[in-house]
Ligand binder design. Structure first.
Ligand code: NAD
Length: 360
């Protein structure tokens, strides 16, 4: 099959890591008989330098007309890069917000997987790390507290701030469907996280999630209060498969879940919109401190490309092949500097890409 992929290399280590992900995709394509046609899109600092804005309308149109978007990372150093002397709506990060909005991406997927070869980086106690974990947090991205009405005003001489947490049943239904669809490709267990003992929005959340669950009889559904979920993530992370939750809870819980893996260079992510379309990117930033030195770990971007194959193109076998190759590289004691430990073989960004290709 043929796929059109919009590629956003971005800033600093962005181009280095995206190059490795494309190399791996091409390798998989050759092996399984697919071709990936790339069209490069400027975004972030590089777009400001070339076009004066972090994302042009043409760039957004190119992304929209592709089958999926693969991104490196954007942004630079505040106080150092001239991009940050511009007003906020013209800075690199504004490009990211604009593309997410322009592409209608409403579901954010953050997997947290603990490789047994890296479990010494896990900050949890040894017995918990040894049990391992493999979860994916599906966070609603465009509703809730971050997008509700807000104001700060003086009422009877007292400064008062108000934020509004609003969800419609349609917004809940579409994210719940994404969560259950993802669970069907995994261990078929959904934990829906809310605060239904207090919040009306959570009570509606729970009701709609239960309605959606009826269409997925193979998937087991459990509800968990958000405060309990925060505790369970550090006490027994192995119990989680797919977590679905609203925007702010997901923001906090997905960072907690990433932290317990201990390895930022390994964490992929995806943002999905209607249908199969999605934008895939590593969870980390543009790492200006190591850019241009062939030191960046490309694995998070390579695993993001694997997610693209699985969730946008339904190429599950091909995604499995990439994930297995990453696993094999770790078993073979090959490491980039961020995950290096004694007795391992240190390689650069490019060599890590080659080693993964060799194992596909
Ligand atoms: P960062 O994630 O770029 O770096 C934090 C630390 O982790 C650094 O020491 C870096 O060297 C290391 N690191 C990150 N990715 C790595 C990799 N693949 N391999 C090896 N080491 C890696 O976070 P930061 O320094 O706070 O942010 C730098 C820039 O990235 C900022 O402009 C920020 O706004 C931007 N950012 C962009 C995105 C995105 O594009 N979605 C996400 C987060 C941050």
């Amino acid at each position: 099959m043929d796929f059109k992929v919009a590629v956003i290399p971005g800033d600093y280590i962005g181009p280095e890591i995206v190059e490795q992900a494309q190399k791996v995709l091409d390798h998989v394509g050759k092996k399984f008989g697919h071709s990936f046609n790339y069209v490069e899109v400027d975004m972030g600092g590089v777009s400001i330098d070339k076009h004066g804005v972090p994302l042009t309308d043409e760039a957004l149109e190119t992304a929209k007309s592709s089958d999926a978007v693969l991104m490196g990372s954007i942004g630079g150093r505040v106080g150092v890069d001239s991009w940050y002397q511009l007003p906020p709506h013209l800075r690199p990060e504004a490009g990211l917000l604009a593309i997410r909005k322009g592409l209608g991406l409403y579901a954010n997927l953050r997997p947290a997987y603990l490789y047994k070869e890296l479990n010494s980086a896990c900050p949890l106690k040894e017995s918990v790390a040894e049990a391992g974990f493999d979860m994916i947090i599906v966070r609603e991205l465009t509703g809730g507290l971050y997008f509700g009405e807000r104001k700060t005003e003086e009422i009877d001489g007292v400064m008062t701030a108000i934020d509004t947490l609003k969800y419609t049943e349609d917004e809940i239904r579409r994210i719940a469907i994404k969560g259950f669809e993802i669970a069907m490709k995994r261990r078929k267990h959904v934990i829906s996280v809310d605060k239904a003992n207090v919040l009306d929005s959570s009570r509606l959340w729970r009701k709609i999630v239960e309605e959606v669950a009826k269409d997925y009889p193979e998937v087991t559904l459990e509800h968990m209060l958000v405060d309990n979920c925060a505790m369970q993530l550090v006490k027994d992370p192995a119990q989680f498969d797919v977590v679905i939750t609203e925007n702010m809870f997901g923001d906090i819980l997905s960072d907690e879940a990433s932290m317990i893996t201990g390895s930022i260079g390994m964490l992929s992510s995806a943002s999905l919109g209607a249908g199969k379309f999605g934008l895939y990117e590593p969870s980390h930033g543009s790492a200006p401190d190591i850019a241009g030195q062939n030191k960046a770990n490309p694995i998070a971007t390579i695993l993001s490309a694997a997610m693209m194959l699985r969730y946008s193109f339904d190429l599950d076998k091909e995604a499995d092949a990439i994930e297995a190759a990453v696993q094999k590289v770790l078993e073979d004691n090959i490491r980039t500097v961020d995950i290096m430990s004694e007795g391992m073989q240190l390689v650069g960004c490019k060599e890590m890409g080659d080693c993964i290709c060799d194992r596909i």
